[in-house]
Design a protein around this ligand. Structure first.
Ligand code: FES
Length: 266
């Protein structure tokens, strides 16, 4: 299934579905529409004279479930095995919910209101289970979280010794430490040294085992591409940039300090 999802010809839409443009996963945002529509339909079912409005909301939820599901599957294909397992049950519960709501809409359109309401309530229950598992995935298993968020909080302000310039190989990423934080350093032909946090913001992959490509560093795990000069995530699935460091050379020793975000500089 992972291979099939990765093989979908989505092009640039894949990064958009991951939420790279938003800075965090877009799937949780998209699911608000179907869940909100179906919950609202359940409330309207409690009142007489709201049949048409409830039908409209259920149909809206069914239409909105498709892009939400696609974004979820695209994220799912780049998870760890344990997360994938929970993700599959999450998806199965939601697929069951979608099926029940499709049945509910069909029953309502045929005038079988009682059956439509019963199927709708069952659908809401299934979607609720799916939502709870989605919360487990996000908060307990940290899928979709920024795995480099801690770095700016742990590195002390100011310049830190990194390495002797001559000890850094040319054009090849190497792992070093600043305070207790692992970083990856790349020395260019002109002796510019780029430093990023070592653990990928996507799922903590080791960037020092990645490959340098045209001023960027590609993560070995799922292929996110980070610009070496400032850590910008040029390609996903990473939705957050990589913490980056400024460097200087003093008496042959490379020193590094955390780069300030543009908002910090203002
Ligand atoms: S860990 Fe997934 S792209 Fe780096």
């Amino acid at each position: 299934m992972q291979q099939a999802v990765r093989a979908l010809p989505l092009g640039r839409a894949r990064d958009a579905l991951h939420g790279r443009w938003l800075g965090h996963p877009v799937h949780p945002l998209l699911v608000q529409v179907p869940v909100g529509s179906w919950l609202s339909a359940a409330v309207l079912d409690l009142f007489p004279g709201q049949r048409r409005a409830a039908r409209t909301l259920i149909a809206t939820g069914l239409g909105a479930a498709l892009p939400a599901a696609l974004a979820g599957w695209v994220d799912w294909a780049e998870l760890h095995r344990e997360q994938m397992r929970v993700g599959l049950v999450h998806a199965a519960a939601n697929v069951a919910g979608i099926g029940l709501y499709a049945g509910s809409l069909t029953a309502r359109l045929r005038g079988r209101e009682a059956l439509g309401r019963t199927l709708g309530l069952a659908g809401l229950g299934a979607v609720g289970v799916g939502g709870a598992l989605g919360g487990h995935l996000a908060y307990r298993q940290a899928s979709g979280a920024n795995h480099a968020e801690h770095v700016p909080h742990l590195v002390r302000p100011g310049w830190h010794p990194l390495a002797e310039l001559d000890d850094l190989p040319l054009g090849r990423p190497v792992r070093r430490d600043i305070d207790d934080i692992a970083v990856v350093a790349v020395r260019a032909e002109d002796d510019t040294v780029w430093v990023l946090a070592e653990r990928c913001s996507h799922m903590a992959g080791p960037l020092s085992e990645g490959t340098v490509e045209d001023g960027c560093l590609r993560c070995p795990w799922h292929g996110s591409l980070f610009r070496l000069s400032d850590g910008w995530n040029v390609e996903g699935p990473a939705t957050a940039p990589q913490p980056a460091f400024e460097t200087r050379v003093v008496d042959g020793r490379v020193e590094a300090r955390l780069r300030l975000e543009p908002t910090d500089r203002a």
